[in-house]
Design a protein around this ligand. Sequence first.
Ligand code: AFP
Length: 316
Amino acid sequence: MYREAGKTRFQLDLRRHLRSQSICDNLIHLICEIAEASKYVINAVRTGDLGVAGTSNLYGEEQLALDVLSDRILRKRLIHSGVVCNIASEEMDVVYQAQAEGPGLYSVAYDPLDGSSLVDVNLSIGTIISIYKGCDIFQEGRKQVAALYILYGPRVSMVYSVGNGVHEFTMNSLMEYTLSRENIFMEPAGDIHAPGGLRKKYTRGTENFVSYLEGKGSKLRYSGGFVPDINQVLMKGKGIFLYPALKDAPKGKLRLLFELNPMAFLIEHAGGSASNGKIPILDVKPECLDHREPVYIGCSEDVQKAVEFLALEADT
Ligand code: AFP
């Protein structure tokens, strides 16, 4: 659910909206630079080479040419911004220091093109960005000062929060982002669920939770892209995404720094919740770049129900 931006605010562009958020100029500049970079990513996605890059990332996953190209576009733009200290990318094995520690600098963790394996079947994908003040990229997600994603779908949209509401911008024909939804908020409980991972590998608690969702009439809506799947839950304001602990992968699949922390920041600021099944995602202390966590994220009552089912499993 959301409050449709009033007609008078529809033309409000990203920079002016950011200025209304009482944040410092360097953060405004950084978010605008990321918005600019997204235009080059869009062009790459629309026209780029769908082949493989012949390299692999930290997780041993084959890198598509688009992954590498999108990563390069974003990293160059972040360095060019002049306000970024450390950079962590899902496509890089190490933290990249753009400049030495100093006042007014930020650190950025990003997934340049999440869901890139969906490009060749023309499904929606996205860029996910997490921003911290200072040079420590391994802070708990609750210490983020901003988070955003860009969704490359039938429309290109950007959803951001600096801790003062969650707002959506839509790209117009001039490739400008203009306000389309302001102060997006979520209902306490939902009627859609996006269950990642193979069901036969679910633990009993997750299996019972998904059966509970089905029992209350929740519809399965899963694309395989974290950004569009979260965007659906957020924009409808009534749903939950889960990528749980699996029997052969107790930490699930999704990465804390690049995927879970930024989305948890957005969902919590829209009135929802995000848990690893025990504690809020935003309270998990990142241990390393490839830190993964199970995730249940969306309507607060649905997330709480998942935690209860998992606690029951733990007691048996
Ligand atoms: P890719 O970036 O390799 O396409 O993975 C996408 C993703 O990290 C996330 O966007 C999805 O929610 C999740 O993986 C889908 O995983 P499954 O393919 O196991 O459902």
